[in-house]
Write a protein that binds this ligand. Structure first.
Ligand code: PGA
Length: 244
């Protein structure tokens, strides 16, 4: 499978900066790249990537197609404007918006029904890590946030230890391999053709550590926050994935 490099821009950039960043990204043929801007910039990003092999995703979606949900955006709308991906279950959504696994599951179902590829984020907190609960947390999040009839070609799973996001602390190669091996095994027990599902690592990925993370077994890509906002850094991460 081609490595998948996803940029989660979170609540950052201006319209001008987003277009400038896209214009300066260099994407080799053997790497899949997706960028996930905030809602106001989705449409202009879709237009900006037209001549490039870059895909665009949302950072969340509502489970309903439409209705009286002030401030929300549906998977149907993301699909309508040309998005092909959506990040779901990010720890910042779980923390700041009280998202539970069951809410996330209904969003995953809605997104897959609209042919979006879901990047499902899972990962343990620092306290859970210290208490050796990492694998139990991952098992619970996978079991409860994936629908029973999940389709392998519409899913990517991002292992993002909460304590590694935006902190400059990355998990060790050994910990990443252990978590990814566990996720792969879990998926193979319940999803047909699960070997097609890219497993991404996320949490303080940067231009310096990307190559070594991407070379680990069962790491098929990375989900990048801060470093995806900087042209040189993001290009270096994309380049590190080429020929992996
Ligand atoms: P970070 O964010 O790369 O800034 O740690 C990753 C993420 O939140 O997906």
């Amino acid at each position: 499978m081609k490595p998948l490099i996803a940029g989660n821009w979170k609540m950052n950039l201006t319209a001008k900066e987003a277009v400038h960043l896209i214009d300066n990204l260099v994407v080799p043929e053997d790497v899949d790249v997706v960028v996930c801007p905030s809602y106001p910039y989705l449409a202009l990003t879709v237009a900006a990537v037209l001549k490039k092999s870059i895909q665009v995703g949302g950072q969340d979606c509502h489970p309903a197609d439409e209705g009286a949900y002030t401030g929300d955006v549906s998977a149907k709308m993301l699909q309508d404007i040309g998005c092909t991906y959506v990040i779901l279950g990010h720890s910042e959504r779980r923390l700041h918006h009280g998202e539970t696994n069951s809410m996330i599951q209904s969003k995953v179902t809605a997104a897959m029904a609209k042919d979006l590829r879901v990047i499902l984020c899972i990962g343990e907190t620092d306290a859970q890590n210290q208490a050796n609960q990492t694998l139990a947390v991952l098992a619970e999040q996978l079991t409860q946030s994936l629908p029973a009839d999940v389709m392998a070609d519409r899913l990517a799973v991002a292992y993002e230890p909460v304590w590694a996001i935006g902190t400059g602390r990355t998990a060790t190669g050994e910990d990443i391999s252990r978590a990814h091996g566990f996720i792969r095994k879990h998926l193979s027990s319940r999803v047909p053709a699960s070997e097609k599902i890219p497993l991404l690592y996320g949490g303080s990925v940067n231009a310096k550590n990307a190559m070594s993370i991407l070379s680990l077994a069962e790491v098929n890509g990375v989900l990048v926050g801060g470093a995806s906002l900087k042209i040189d850094d993001f290009n270096q991460i994309i380049h590190a994935a080429s020929s992996q």
